[in-house]
Design a binder for this molecule. Structure first.
Ligand code: NAD
Ligand code: UFG
Length: 339
């Protein structure tokens, strides 16, 4: 299939591009580089030996998206294009609603004009909210989100479900990611956050490489075995392969369907720090700090549906995630800026 990756120069998009190309699919990328850079796409081409057609475009821009659909016969869209920093979304909610909802509406409108019938969407475990208890299953109702970023994901799921309801020929696959970490095993592509990282693994790896002094562990008084938060960390390459399976499933599918993409196994913050240290033989100094507002004690998937229906299961373990993160971070201490 010929797949349009909206936001495809980003962390998950670039890894998905590699796996799609390696599986024999063609890829077109549209990205405004608001949180990424062209070097990531160049490295996708280097890793796969294939050429990727890239458009520097804002996916909210109808004319730009129309042009992509006119110049390429697109079989399926994967919609990664979104702003994703939870804290920033609390400070700038309108910017988050404008960017995330508008990209979705523009893509749906342009898909309808061009007769494109398949869309795979980057959703998040955050839509389970506070009401549901892990392990989360796909049939649980969406809960109350603790920040505007989460609400954009819940709203976009609703918009996409309504679109699928109105057009019986449409296939909508909602992928609820848990906590993607790690990097391509080559160390050539990986996560390159701008400024101070919000998420645990990029923070740990920046401490290890000497860019940050120490990690602050956000709370050790949660009702968990060691008191620190539990999350379902998933290797980004496993996640990327999940997208290949979703795109292939969408080929003969209509309606809207949700899949969790997680491992089903939760690890604590201290387990991440200790596995990173042991796997990479490098110190990660940390201090225990207060809880971060809005954090849940525990979040992890019931991952059975994706295995049963998509034939997909995460294969890489926590040591693989820590090793590949370090290969990327140690080889690219300042991210893509040195490349
Ligand atoms: P990322 O920021 O690396 O990638 C998103 C890409 O979208 C970037 O390249 C950015 O430049 C682009 N983009 C943003 N707005 C755009 C616009 N208006 N037009 C064109 N391009 C635009 O983030 P990621 O980690 O790769 O996440 C991809 C998607 O998955 C996002 O929608 C994110 O919310 C979702 N998600 C991520 C996580 C995670 O922990 N990384 C978890 C759950 C869901
Ligand atoms: N943590 C720390 N110190 C840090 C950063 C994180 O102790 O410097 C802890 C958090 O308290 C949490 C765990 O590490 O217990 C994971 O935190 P992340 O920020 O890496 O991930 P979250 O689970 O908080 O957030 C992720 C995504 C969001 C998404 C959310 C729910 O980043 O986009 O999952 O799905 F909304």
């Amino acid at each position: 299939m010929n797949v349009l990756l909206a936001g495809g120069a980003g962390y998950i998009g670039s890894h998905t591009a590699v796996e799609l190309l390696n599986s024999g699919h063609d890829v077109v990328i549209a990205d405004n580089y608001s949180n990424s850079c062209p070097e990531a796409v160049r490295r996708v081409e280097e890793l796969t030996g294939k050429t990727v057609r890239v458009y520097e475009a804002d996916v909210r821009d109808h004319d730009a998206v129309r042009r992509i659909f006119t110049e390429n016969k697109i079989d399926c869209v994967i919609h990664f294009a979104g702003l994703k920093a939870v804290g920033e979304s609390v400070e700038k909610p309108v910017m988050y609603y404008r960017n995330n909802i508008d990209t979705t509406l523009t893509l749906l409108e342009c898909m309808a004009e061009a007769g494109v019938k398949r869309i795979v969407f980057s959703s998040s475990a955050t839509v389970y909210g506070e009401e549901n208890e892990p392990p989360y299953t796909e049939e649980m109702p969406r809960g109350t989100c603790s920040n505007p970023y989460g609400w954009t994901k819940a709203m976009m799921e609703q918009i996409l479900e309504d679109a699928a309801h109105a057009d019986p020929a449409l296939s909508v696959i909602l992928l609820r990611y848990f906590n993607p970490i790690g990097a391509h095993a080559s160390g050539r592509i990986g996560e390159d956050p701008q400024g101070i990282p919000n998420n645990l693994m990029p923070y740990v790896s920046q401490v290890a490489v000497g860019r940050r002094d120490h990690l602050t562990v956000f709370g050790d008084d949660y009702p968990t075995p060691d008191g620190t938060g539990l999350r379902d960390y998933i290797h980004v390459v496993d996640l990327a392969i999940g997208h290949v399976k979703a795109v292939e499933y969408a080929e003969n599918h209509t309606g809207a369907e949700v899949f969790n993409l997680g491992t089903g196994t939760p690890y604590s913050v201290l387990e991440i720090v200790n596995t990173f240290r042991e796997t990479n033989q490098i110190d990660v100094p940390y201090e225990i700090g207060p809880r971060r507002a809005g954090d849940l004690p525990s979040s992890y998937a019931d991952a059975k549906k994706a295995e049963k229906i998509l034939g997909w299961k995460a294969e890489r373990n926590l040591a693989d995630m820590c090793r590949d993160t370090w290969k990327w971070q140690s080889g690219n201490p300042m991210g893509y800026r040195e490349g």
